[in-house]
Design a protein around this ligand. Structure first.
Ligand SMILES: Cc1cc2nc3c(=O)[nH]c(=O)nc-3n(C[C@H](O)[C@H](O)[C@H](O)COP(=O)(O)OP(=O)(O)OC[C@H]3O[C@@H](n4cnc5c(N)ncnc54)[C@H](O)[C@@H]3O)c2cc1C
Length: 499
């Protein structure tokens, strides 16, 4: 630094709340708090909306919708005549570009946030001491708190040679305009299987390599079997129990070498081996928090510590948009409760006039009849966390798996039925693979988990989510009316088989 230059220390700007990361969870929190009248700074370094609309749920489900249309057309033979199918990726890529992502431009999303009254700051946010967030040379002092919604990024394993190759993560797989002739998918979890099936249905030769002994390893073994069989029927090669040891790229093709001498080659390699929160970037040490954790541990009001909340994937409670939204509602209620208490405090009028918005928040809270006390804030409860893998057939699951329930020492009963043996499954015929599996706590007489695999497995799941969430007695579930002939009617068969 030239002599005489003063070190520029930005004067902190006082605001009510700073939200770092405007993905699904952060945008919801920031937007709703701004609408409630708080002065909110929302910080995003990439695209407002986060992973879900640009590289996750929405474009991947557009891809799946298209791939399933191909699969249904291929099922016409023998059921309704004959059909010739000519896959074309161009309309899928166009739809993702034009309808889902605005060619990965968040102008509309930024306006959506500022129209709600939020102030948008593009950049990387970092905590810089209690209540303070630094974004470049701007510093904000948050009067009520900081919300971290910084999500996760792909976790890329330290495989020899991999870092030097032009491998894909979900970003490149979603952005692809021209499909490769062949694709290696490293990772047989939900995202890996969904994308593997899509690309295979569009004519790509796909090989899935998974280190564990089954794909979809977090779900029931029966679900893994059905999903693997379905992908194999689409021409996907699946290799489980193979640990990748080395990756090479010769300028045009990838070679992946696994333990035991396994070797696979393809035009492209997609790495989908999980997601990782990058806590080391967040300045957690400046407020005495441990940046070495895998995820930000939170209490049931999503508080990391007093005045800092976390929302979404970064909490490690489940990497789903519906978890981020569920948590966001709790964070919003908790922050507003705190704002109201602060506004009602002895020095409230002075500080509220500085920040302007806090009184507005309290008046809107009062109008909605909330007591504003922390006691009225709902607590997070993940017992009935639903999850859906959108393969065809879909794998829907809620609550505990059989293994998890047995490991907890619960007196478990299992009810199982194949979809094909239900009337609707039999009518559906081709493509009716699937089952319902129920996990009951025999002592309590309620369901504590369930898996629903089938053409509408994710939709059938909703009834099971209600049953687990509300702990509906099994005796009541057995004596309700299930519409005939629906897929969900198979739940009744599975209930009958509980033992
Ligand atoms: C291929 C794929 C398919 C998926 N499909 C589904 C699905 O079908 N259903 C479902 O429920 N979920 C699905 N998900 C998961 C879903 O996308 C995530 O659970 C969801 O996006 C999490 O939202 P979030 O707000 O926690 O984080 P994110 O959406 O990851 O957003 C976090 C944001 O924070 C920003 N950020 C990070 N650090 C900083 C910083 N220091 N300063 C400023 N900004 C920062 C990032 O740029 C990012 O925009 C899918 C994910 C993928 C990858």
């Amino acid at each position: 630094m030239p002599l005489g230059d003063a070190v520029r220390v930005a004067e902190p700007e006082l605001v009510d709340v700073v939200v770092v990361g405007l993905g699904v969870g952060g945008e919801e929190v920031a937007g709703r708090l701004a609408e409630a009248g708080l002065s909110v700074v929302g910080v995003e370094r990439d695209l407002v909306g986060g992973e879900c609309p640009y590289w996750g749920c929405i474009p991947s489900k557009m891809m799946i919708r298209a791939a399933n249309a191909l699969a249904e057309a291929r099922r016409v033979d023998g059921l309704a005549g004959t059909a010739q199918v000519q896959p074309d990726w161009a309309p899928v890529a166009r739809r993702i570009r034009e309808e889902a992502t605005d060619t990965w431009d968040d102008t509309v999303a930024v306006r959506r946030f500022t129209d709600r009254g939020g102030r948008f700051v593009r950049g990387s946010g970092r905590i810089d001491g209690p209540g303070r967030v630094r974004v470049g040379d701007q510093v904000f002092q948050a009067r009520h708190g900081i919300v971290l919604g910084t999500g996760t990024r792909p976790s890329v394993p330290p495989i020899d040679g991999l870092a030097d190759t032009p491998y894909w993560t979900n970003h490149q797989a979603i952005e692809v305009e021209r499909l490769p002739a062949s694709l290696l998918v490293l990772g047989g979890g939900a995202i890996g299987l969904e994308l593997a099936q899509v690309f295979a249905r569009f004519g790509v030769r796909v090989t899935v390599v998974e280190a564990l002994d089954r794909v979809l390893a977090v779900e029931e073994p029966e679900a893994s079997e059905v999903a693997a069989a379905a992908l194999r029927a689409d021409g996907v090669e699946i290799h489980t129990g193979v640990r990748a040891e080395r990756v090479e790229h010769d300028g045009s093709r990838f070679t992946l070498r696994g333990d035991g001498g396994a070797e696979f080659t393809a035009d492209q390699l997609l790495v989908v081996t999980g997601r990782r929160a990058h806590l080391e970037e967040l300045g957690l040490d400046t407020v005495g928090l441990d940046a070495e954790q895998r995820f930000l541990s939170v209490d049931d009001r999503l508080q990391v510590t007093d005045g800092i909340w976390a929302v979404g994937d970064v909490t490690g409670e489940g990497a789903f948009t519906h978890i981020a939204m569920y948590q966001a509602a709790i964070v919003i209620a908790d922050v507003l409760a705190r704002a109201r208490l602060a506004a009602a405090g002895p020095d409230a009028s002075g500080t509220a006039s500085v920040v302007g918005g806090a009184m507005g928040a309290s008046s809107s809270l009062a109008a909605s009849g909330s007591s504003g006390s922390a006691g009225s804030v709902p607590r997070a409860d993940y017992r009935a966390l639903p999850r859906v893998t959108f393969t065809d057939p879909e794998v829907g699951a809620v609550g505990l798996t059989e293994r998890q329930a047995r490991d907890r020492g619960i007196n478990v009963q299992i009810g199982y039925t194949k979809l094909g043996s239900s009337t609707r499954g039999w009518i559906h015929q081709v493509g009716d693979e699937g089952f319902i599996k129920l996990i009951a706590d025999a002592d309590q007489g309620v369901l504590i988990g369930a898996t629903s695999v089938g053409p509408s497995g994710g939709e059938v799941l909703s009834a099971l989510v209600v049953a687990v969430h509300a702990a509906v007695p099994i005796s009541q579930l057995r004596h309700m009316i299930y519409a005939y002939p629906t897929f969900h009617r198979a739940i009744e068969d599975a209930l009958r088989n509980l033992r």
